[in-house]
Ligand binder design. Structure first.
Ligand code: WT7
Length: 634
């Protein structure tokens, strides 16, 4: 496992960072050569033009990522546990799936998909709970060269249908239902509703999980367990070009329509492996647990591809932190003797708000590294995590990255480089950040503050938005030409450590979920009585941010409480419960510029509790409404 590409000391990190920036092609050529199996080597390491943008890593190379995640480990690690699966209900049995078993199950699932007509290049949608079949399905798609599009199982029928239609998926995999805490989500019913408007879908594969009653469309639906039992457990891995698509994953956009971020086989594999090993400093005996859902990029990169390509034991948890009680995470850490634990600030804050005895009553002594991801972590939560969970001896890696970046970009390396509370700290080798001022000029001296860009390609970067390259260019490469613009604001201290301060565009991060305000507004506007709406985020103790909706009505509502309830329902139905507004304020008008753009800046201030100091509002079309909104603030 020892590799000169995995830093063990601060000196190593400095050396790797330098090499990766002085001669990136040499650096990635050597890492990719030494650490993976390729069916054919590349002609060029990197070709790029960030204006178009066009990015190609390892052009000419051929591989299959599942051979790197599975087959190559079999001779030495065949009987090692690849996945520990922990069910929602602690009374149900845990599963320990070895690398050998995982390979055989992935092959079965791959043959099952083939028998249903799946081919290389097809898009396959996975709308599944956190069960082992989800891991098999993801890897099975990769095995046969089909492009997976995992849709988080908390999304509504409408959101699911939009994503299936955007990618023109021909197969959907789901389950009869999903367990989450004390609730059962009727996944098959939701999928049925979605599929009534998805003509591209030929087959729907259903895993039996909750044994809930389901409707059956005999032309279209098949049971996983029936097809899986018929399938052989050997399946040759499809030969993929390094730049072939591996998956599409949807993330919120500011114009309402979610963006299907495209990641490719070679670069993504290299990046998730490199970052996983460096950041978490995984050692062969470690038990590693990332609490994310596979429906998000964190689950793709750091439950599945990164850890498996590194031959790690990765824990996959079906449940939620609060069921059966707020001690569940710590019970699982104790039960499986977890060494590396990776979660989100929103989970940390909600656990912090519960009684300390939930943590103190469990043996957490196996923990040696803690991680966080998803949003800025506040000092109080950081200190609680450090003290109550890490007992002050675990390094905390605060990992900044995005769906678009494929893997971790800025983070300390556990126990190797220093951490600093609320700072993501230093860039990963291969990452060249730049802070831009309002004029688009790079701020070179420290300390610095501005917008965060990345000025040189890295292997894990998204290549396009599925079906809309122009939107990809516009969103990420037009604001600061020649650079990738992250959409985040950031600060850099006198030592060059980065602190991410949050989104500077119209995205709100609620409980670590990235939500587009425009998408939520579109949903609210579906209510017949709503005339216009403006959605902003405001700080919330547990969720990080919460949603505040300002709405105007076509006529005066008869019952304000009923209207609010209906607005919440429509958002739940069209997007999903995670996007529900916490506060809804009915206004007579929304502040607008003369060109008719809603001034969200002012609403954001009001929502977060500032009721004066709005700057110059005299240029507004309707300045009088500001005072009314401020004085009626909820
Ligand atoms: C946005 C990306 C990356 C997987 C989870 C979210 C915010 C993420 C951090 C961090 C401060 C962070 C940023 C980023 N974010 N990690 N450690 N510190 N902010 O992926 O849904 O694509 O969201 O999450 O604002 O742009 P995502």
């Amino acid at each position: 496992m020892a590799s000169k590409f995995i830093a063990s000391t601060l000196e190593d990190y400095r050396k790797l960072y330098k090499e990766s920036t002085v001669d990136p092609e040499k650096f990635w050529h050597e890492f990719a050569t030494e650490e993976f199996i390729w069916k054919r080597k590349w002609n060029t390491v990197l070709q790029y033009d960030l204006l178009k943008p066009e990015i190609r890593w390892f052009e000419g190379a051929q591989l299959n990522i599942t051979e790197n995640c599975l087959d190559r480990h079999i001779s030495e690690l065949g009987n090692k546990t690849a996945i520990i699966w922990e069910p929602n209900n602690p009374d149900e049995s845990t599963l320990h799936i070895t690398y050998k078993e995982l390979l055989s199950n992935v092959n079965r699932a791959a043959n099952m998909l083939k028998s249903l007509g799946a081919k290389k290049g097809d898009r396959i949608c996975l709308y599944m709970p956190m069960i082992p079949e989800l891991a098999y399905a993801v890897l099975a798609c990769a095995r046969i060269g089909a492009i997976h599009s995992v849709v988080f199982a908390g999304f509504s029928a409408k959101s699911l249908a939009d994503r299936i239609n955007d990618a023109q998926c021909n197969i959907v995999l789901t389950a009869d239902g999903g367990f989450r805490g004390s609730k059962v989500t009727p996944l098959k019913d939701i999928a049925d509703e979605a599929l009534s408007s998805c003509p591209s879908v030929q087959k729907c594969v259903v895993v039996r999980r909750t044994e809930s009653a389901v409707n059956w469309h005999s032309q279209r639906d098949v049971w996983w367990h029936e097809e899986f039992a018929k399938a052989s457990d050997t399946c040759e891995a499809e030969t993929m070009d390094a730049e072939d698509m591996l998956f599409i994953l949807y993330t919120s956009g500011s114009t309402g329509k979610p963006k299907g971020m495209v990641h490719t086989c070679g670069g993504y594999m290299v990046w998730t492996n490199f970052t996983f090993r460096n950041v978490f400093q995984y050692k062969p005996e470690d038990i590693y647990w990332c609490t994310a859902d596979v429906g998000w990029i964190t689950g793709h990169s750091y439950i599945l591809y990164g850890p498996l390509s590194a031959g790690a034991t990765t824990l996959m948890f079906e449940g939620i932190p609060s069921y059966p009680d707020m001690g569940r995470f710590w019970e699982v850490v104790e039960k499986h003797r977890v060494n590396i634990f990776y979660t989100a600030p929103t989970a940390i804050r909600s656990l912090e708000a519960s009684d300390r005895s939930f943590a103190d009553s469990h043996d957490l002594s196996t923990l040696k590294t803690l991680g966080t991801v998803g949003e800025p972590i506040n000092l109080e939560a950081w200190e609680w995590y450090d003290e109550v969970i890490g007992k002050k001896h675990c390094p905390i890696v605060d990992t900044w990255w995005q769906t678009e970046t494929g893997g971790i970009m800025i983070s300390s390396l556990a126990g190797v480089t220093p951490d600093k509370p609320t700072f993501a700290t230093y860039p990963m080798p291969g990452v060249q950040p730049a802070i831009m001022d309002e004029q688009g000029t790079e701020v070179l001296e420290n300390p610095a503050e501005g917008r965060l860009c990345i000025k040189f390609p890295w292997p894990g970067m998204a290549r396009t938005i599925y079906g809309d390259h122009e939107r990809f260019r516009q969103t990420y490469y037009s604001t600061f030409p020649g650079n990738y613009f992250t959409g985040d604001g950031c600060k850099r201290d006198e030592n060059g450590m980065y602190r991410i301060t949050g989104r500077v565009d119209d995205i709100v991060i609620v409980s670590g979920h990235n939500l587009g305000t425009a998408e939520i507004e579109n949903a609210i506007n579906e209510h017949p009585l709503v005339n216009e709406s403006a959605v902003v985020g405001y700080p919330h103790d547990i969720k990080g941010n919460s949603i505040y909706a300002f709405i105007t009505c076509i006529h005066k509502p008869e019952n304000i409480e009923t209207l609010k309830r209906e607005v919440v329902d429509v958002v739940s139905k069209l997007i999903g419960p995670i996007a529900k507004p916490e506060k809804i304020q009915i206004c007579t008008g929304l502040p607008k510029t003369r060109s008719g753009k809603i001034m969200r800046r002012i609403l954001r201030k009001i929502a977060s509790g500032e009721t004066d100091n709005f700057g110059d509002i005299s240029t507004l079309l309707n300045p009088e409404c500001v005072e009314e909104i401020a004085s009626n603030r909820l």
